[in-house]
Ligand binder design. Structure first.
Ligand code: SAM
Length: 276
């Protein structure tokens, strides 16, 4: 770890909290490559979730017009005051990002992108919150555990494809842009990571009711061993006949399992189900 950051953390008496997913990065090449992969430009506003010691915050601030960082751990306040001294386009808000009113924030800041080294224990809730609630987010470039990265970017009919993949696909295309070894973090975690860029695309997949789409997706993956028909019957209280008619109307094999359906196929299924 960069000795300046290490000293600042030590002098502030900071102890890493595993329960908050505190694995920090300080390598300058890695930090600038994350910002580069995110495509941050000089007129951009960027939201960072989980500033830690402010190393990524600083790298973003060097490229962006403004960075608004959220950090849940107030023990990092004295650390960030030092590491971000003189960085006047960075604003740090000490708050759990899951509790942020995104609509209210968007009214203040306008269009933005998200760049973050996400705390592993809330990766999925943070990504889904943004993709479901945001109206003005252009892209999310996030470091996550490699295994999660593979799930975010998976194609149907592969073991990594799951509910989160199909939920993300409704609003964004996702791509792994960088692999990052565990040795790059302090403290060192037990697994490697990867940076995923999700680019939000308006009307990517058209669906009448996104909430029902999500429910259908979760139903389809509720029991991976069961057929889609069985999972639909159980979740939506359908008769077997109704479920079979529905699948046939969508051109889906009655023996199909959830993981064989593309996000587009889930959208068709959800739209037809809403009419039953
Ligand atoms: N950005 C820093 C870096 O790259 O070195 C720190 C990344 S560390 C993986 C994740 C950070 O997110 C920690 O500082 C942790 O305290 C913070 N955090 C955890 N849960 C959070 C939440 N719900 N909202 C905001 N920050 C959170």
């Amino acid at each position: 770890m960069d000795s300046n950051v290490k000293n600042t953390l030590r002098e502030a008496g900071f102890g890493f909290k595993k329960r908050l997913g505190q694995n920090f990065i300080t390598d300058k090449n890695l930090l600038s490559s994350i910002v580069r992969e995110a495509g941050v430009e000089s007129g951009d506003t960027v939201i960072e979730i989980g500033c830690g010691a402010g190393t990524l915050t600083r790298a973003i601030a060097e490229q962006a017009k403004k960075v608004i960082g959220f950090e849940v751990d107030r023990d990092l306040q004295p650390v960030l005051a030092r590491t971000l001294a003189g960085v006047d386009n960075a604003e740090i808000i000490f708050k759990d990002f899951l509790k942020v009113d995104l609509a209210e924030l968007e009214e203040k800041i306008g269009e933005y992108s998200v760049v973050a080294n996400l705390p592993y224990y809330v990766t999925t809730p943070l990504i889904t919150k943004i993709l479901e609630e945001s109206k003005l987010c252009k892209s999310l470039t996030v470091m996550v555990q490699e295994e999660v990265a593979l799930r975010l970017c998976a194609s149907e009919n592969t073991p990594d494809y799951g509910a989160i993949t199909a939920v993300i696909a409704l609003r964004a295309s996702a791509k792994i842009v960088k692999r990052v070894g565990r040795e790059m973090f302090t403290p060192r975690p037990n697994v490697d990571s990867a940076v995923v860029k999700m680019t939000v695309e308006d009307n990517r997949i058209s669906v009448a009711d996104p909430i029902l789409y999500k429910k259908v997706v979760h139903a389809a993956f509720s029991s991976r061993r069961k057929t889609l028909e069985n999972n639909l019957v159980n979740t939506f209280n359908l008769s077997r006949e109704q479920a079979q008619k529905l699948l046939t109307a969508c051109g889906i094999d009655l023996k199909a399992r959830g993981e064989t359906l593309s996000p587009q196929a889930f959208a068709i299924l959800s739209d037809k189900l809403s009419k039953i």
